[in-house]
Design a binder for this molecule. Sequence first.
Ligand SMILES: [Zn+2]
Length: 307
Amino acid sequence: MLQQRSLKTLTRAVGVGLHSGQRVELTLRPAQPDTGIVFRRVDLPQPVDIPVRAEAVTDTRLASTIAQGNAKVHTVEHLMSACAGLGIDNLHVDITAEEVPILDGSSASFVFLLQSAGIVRQNAPKRFIRVTRPVQVREGEGADAKWAQLAPYHGYKLSFEIDFDHPAVDSTGQRVEFDLGQGNYRRDIARARTFGFTRDVELMRSNGLALGGGLDNAIVMDDYKVLNSDGLRYDDEFVKHKILDAMGDLHLLGKPLLAAYSAFRSGHALNNRLLRALLAQRDAWEVVTFEDERQAPGGFAQPAQAW
Ligand SMILES: [Zn+2]
């Protein structure tokens, strides 16, 4: 049987929120089979649990925010991406403020935390959502057009294309494909950092955003070039970060996907609309398990690699 996964022990991290600039403590704890991933705001007078699911996403401007009543957690996508990349099904995420720490702007630190705590197989079958027919969402027309789609695939692969008109981005690959069955999430995707432009930062800060952002947790560009003295971590780091984000946004479904995702200029908002469109079309998906692990697609069956 292909089994669900959780952590062996708990692990902690401290950092600042990218947008709030607030100091925040994060505790990742093992969870029972079929719990899913549940954030808990432990700083509120009455702690509030926020289980991840597509409908829990309430705000997608600049980051993915989930909420339960008035309790919110912003910028969940990089941690969720690490969970998707390592096949984590069940996890408690205790958090002391309303934003997940940005750490180095990628998901590499979350991957390190999760693997350091140890990943265990649990006595319950891993439940996938298998896409059985294509579902697409679109936004805008002509040069503003964006789209994202899910199509049937025995495995999980993502292809993403960006279209930035900026000298520093133009000179890099703007399209990338990642197949979980063939690639290695930790090596190929996890280190890609979020990115931003100095011309946007002033406006964002005047709106109370990007207060924790800087050269140590983002690729920052002026109108011509990358300002980080160490340059890029991958030749195509920008579009790889979009794959990282998409994996996190899609893991908010609550179960791993068996599908081919492809997208052109998509973002958190369109990714969430895609999940809701999928769920709304009840004949476009089914829940499957694998009694015989050998029948499972590549990337899911093998144990997570140790450091
Ligand atoms: Zn991101």
